[in-house]
Structures are given as structure tokens and as C-alpha cells.
Design a protein around this ligand. Structure first.
Ligand SMILES: Cc1ncc(COP(=O)(O)O)c(C=O)c1O
Length: 449
């Protein structure tokens, strides 16, 4: 064991050093070489050192440079050194984090991290928290608590009786909600399409003046940070109206919720702390390894009612039992990496990453605008949408940029217009990375008139 762990640490360190200068996207040859993995199930064992050698030699070159400083696709963070190291140690511990009895260390680190997270994100200190795989499952988990609460108030026990015959729930979303929210609603039996969609403005913000009349049982889903524009819904007004009508307000804040840690950006979250539940990602702006998401619910009893599990063989102690708050029973110890990231950064370090990423997004927007390209969004956070003109030209530039390898950006269609998305979310990205990327983008765009 000792030898292979020493070997993997050398290989991983080499990988992370090379990723700084390597093409961000893997070469065609590296992807073709993945065919080397394809073989019938081996009859005989392979020594662990040989397994690792194959994985590194065939696998590492075929990775996307997400861990490096110039990956700007989707909304994807890197891995902080302390978080990656914690992930390795937690892997060695191999804890089943479902129960305090089976994994006291991870249960305690969830408790500690939960208190720190609520403090950092400006949410009520009594919230329950769920450590899950990502914002999709965090939305699902929080919305399960919402479904429980609004039906319980209407005299219906959804966990026991299901949705057949239940009072219908009015579900309200913005037209620009993330598809994972709609998917979560579908998984909860609330329907992907059976929702009231509220029109949005030019930045993708829900229009409070177009909110329908709300009638309990009702759930209103807000967004803090649009995946394309970074925009925030007008939470203060919508929360007030929703609560007056007895509705539950849920917030999808996969990355936008982290703006709370910066005095420069916290005002964008005005009113969001009034909601009843929130979903966010740790693998985005907290920069912990995949996968890691978080759900918070103001009323712990609603989350427990939706997620609790019991059996004679599962001990329920005095302490917080992680599995009472999440969809899974057996699970990995995500709280370990979250604790390590928060401990290593402190409030100041986390604020520095958020503010640097937002400053670098503005640097991108200014550089591209000066070069004559159209910025489609107000750069209020870490997202930039740039248009190079026709759909065909946008696609040609994005494809060429990805192939050239200085950086990686993806495409989107923003309110009918084809664009390239730039998301600055990694702890590793610096000014120089943005300047190198700007040079590559403008050069490639000018070559493709
Ligand atoms: C606003 C929003 N919600 C939900 C998600 C889904 O997050 P995950 O991929 O972690 O499930 C994303 C991903 O980018 C997002 O931006």
C-alpha cells in the first residue's frame, strides 16, 4: 500500500504541474488512445502499480484541464490543495458517512462545516443542512422538504400517502431556471412542465410584476446566479409576496449564493436569506473536488420528515445523523473536504477567491469589448457572455478555441442569440491566465471573419 500511495502522489503532482502549461482540452490522439482501456474482463489479477501506470499513462493525457487555471466552461471550480489532500486522506479512511456510529469524524466535520457555511453564506444559524452530490440533488433534497411542508400544512402526509389524491401544489419557476431544477421537480412528482413559468427580463431575472397570484399549497423557486448571465432574481419582493400567501420559497444558488461572503457582492443577495430553503454547490466556488453539493432548510423538521430513514439495525444516537438529511444512506464523507477548504481559506481566503474571480470576469468582458466583440450580459458576478456574430461564426470560433488549447470556453444561446460563455470559478485563475486567454480568443476570432 505504502509504495502505491507514494507512486500516486508523484504522478498526481506531476499531472498538476503539467496542467498549467498543457493544452486545456485533451488532444485527439489522447482521446483515441482511450481505446487502450477497452478489453474483455481480465481473467487474472494485475499488480496495483501496473493498474496505476495504465491509468496515468492512458488516462491523464485524456483529461480536460479542469484542475488548471484556464478552464472557463460551464461553472466549474478546481480543487484547493487542502481540499484535494483531505479527499485523499478521507479516501484512505474509507468512512461510510451515513451514520455517526459508522463515521464519527465525518459526522463531526459535517456539523462544524454546516455552522461555518451558514455563517459564511449569511443564512439562519438554525438551518438543517444536507451534504449531497451537487446542486441538482441539493435542489431535489430541499424541494422534497418543501413538498412535505406545504402538504403537511394542507393536512396531507406525502411521505406516507404519496401524491395520489394530494391537494395540488402550485409550483412557480422563472423562465430562466436551471434545467436541473425542473428535473428535480419532475423526480418529486411535481412535474417538469406542470409549473407556472414567470417571464424574465433581459438579464434572465424573474419579473416580480409578472408573479401569478399565489394560493397555498405553493412553492416558488428563485435563482441566485443565472448559469449564463450570473443574474439574481428580485428575492426581497418575491419572498414577501410568497410568504404572505403561505408559499414556500426555494432558492437555487448553485454558485451565486457564495457572493454572500464578499462585501462587494453580498448586496446581490438582498432578500434571499428570507427564503425557506437553498441549494448550492461546493464543487463550484468553494473549489472542493467533485462531487459536492449542499442543501439548507430553515425548518429542520421538514427536511428530516422528507429524508429520514429508520430500521432496527441502524443506530440513532443523540448526535446529528447525516443520513436523516439526505437521499442516500451509505455515502462518502464530503464534509471532510468542505471542512478542509473552509479551514484553509478562512473567511478572508474565500472572499479573495470570489472577488478575484469576479474581477477577472470583468477583465475578460473589458478586453473582449475593447477588441470589438459584443458582451451580452451585465457582468454582475463571474459570468461573461460574448457574441461574435452569426451562429456559424460563434461555433467556428468556439470549436477552434477549444482545439487550440490555451483555454476552454463553451457555447450557449442567450435569449435567442448565439454566444460563448466564460465562467471564472477556479481558485487557480490569475490575471495572466485571463490575458493569455484574451490573446487566444481575439486572435482566433479575427482569423475567422
Ligand atoms: C444555477 C444552477 N443550478 C443547478 C446547477 C446544477 O449543478 P450540478 O451540476 O452541481 O448538479 C447548476 C450548474 O451549473 C447551476 O448553475
Amino acid at each position: 500500500m505504502r509504495e502505491i500511495l507514494a507512486d500516486v502522489s508523484v504522478r498526481a503532482a506531476r499531472y498538476l504541474a503539467e496542467i498549467q502549461t498543457r493544452s486545456v482540452s485533451p488532444s485527439d490522439e489522447a482521446v483515441r488512445n482511450l481505446a487502450g482501456f477497452v478489453e474483455p474482463f481480465p481473467s487474472h489479477p494485475t499488480p496495483p502499480s501496473e493498474v496505476l501506470r495504465i491509468l496515468d499513462e492512458l488516462g491523464s493525457p485524456a483529461t480536460m484541464g479542469i484542475a488548471g487555471p484556464r478552464f472557463f466552461g460551464f461553472v466549474i471550480g478546481g480543487s484547493l490543495p487542502a481540499a484535494l489532500a483531505a479527499n485523499w486522506l478521507a479516501g484512505a479512511w474509507d468512512q461510510n458517512a451515513g451514520l455517526f456510529a459508522s463515521a464519527p469524524i465525518s459526522a463531526v466535520l459535517e456539523e462544524v462545516s454546516l455552522a461555518w457555511l451558514l455563517d459564511a453564506l449569511g443564512l439562519p444559524s438554525g438551518c438543517a443542512g444536507a451534504f449531497v452530490t451537487g446542486a441538482t440533488v441539493a435542489n431535489f433534497t430541499a424541494l422534497a422538504a418543501a413538498r412535505h411542508a406545504v402538504l403537511h400544512r394542507a393536512g396531507w402526509d406525502v411521505e406516507s400517502s404519496g401524491l395520489f389524491g394530494a391537494p395540488p401544489i402550485q409550483v412557480v419557476v422563472g423562465e430562466e431556471n436551471h434545467p436541473s431544477l425542473t428535473k428535480s421537480l419532475g423526480m418529486l412528482g411535481l412535474g417538469r412542465e406542470r409549473v407556472v413559468r414567470v417571464p424574465v427580463d433581459g438579464q434572465g431575472r424573474m419579473r416580480a410584476d409578472r408573479l401569478p397570484e399565489l394560493t397555498a399549497p405553493a412553492i416558488v423557486c428563485l435563482q441566485a446566479g443565472n448559469v449564463n448571465s450570473g443574474a439574481f432574481d428580485p428575492a426581497a419582493e418575491i419572498c414577501r409576496r410568497a410568504h404572505d400567501a403561505g408559499a414556500w420559497v426555494h432558492v437555487d444558488g448553485a454558485f451565486g449564493l457564495w457572493a454572500a461572503v464578499s462585501p462587494l457582492y453580498a448586496h446581490r443577495l438582498e432578500g434571499f436569506a428570507e427564503a425557506d430553503s437553498w441549494a448550492t454547490d461546493a464543487h463550484k466556488w468553494l473549489n472542493v473536488p467533485y462531487d459536492s453539493g449542499l442543501a439548507f432548510v430553515r425548518t429542520p423538521e421538514d427536511l428530516r420528515a422528507a429524508m429520514s430513514v429508520s430500521a432496527a439495525y441502524l443506530p440513532q444516537g443523540e448526535r446529528r445523523e447525516p443520513s436523516q438529511y439526505v437521499p442516500e444512506l451509505s455515502r462518502r464523507a464530503r464534509g471532510v473536504e468542505i471542512w478542509a477548504a473552509l479551514k484553509s481559506l478562512g473567511r478572508d481566503g474565500l472572499k479573495e477567491i470570489i472577488e478575484r474571480n469576479c474581477r477577472l470576469a470583468k477583465r475578460f468582458a473589458e478586453g473582449l469589448s475593447e477588441a470589438g466583440f459584443q458582451i451580452l450580459n451585465q457582468v454582475v458576478l463571474n459570468q461573461v457572455l460574448v457574441s461574435f456574430g452569426s451562429p456559424g461564426r460563434n461555433q467556428r470560433i468556439i470549436t477552434a478555441l477549444q482545439k487550440e488549447g490555451t483555454c476552454w470556453c463553451g457555447g450557449t444561446i442567450w435569449q435567442g442569440q448565439h454566444a460563448m460563455r466564460i465562467s471564472v470559478s477556479s481558485w487557480a485563475t490569475r490575471e495572466d491566465d485571463v490575458d493569455q486567454s484574451l490573446e487566444a480568443i481575439t486572435r482566433i476570432a479575427r482569423e475567422r471573419n
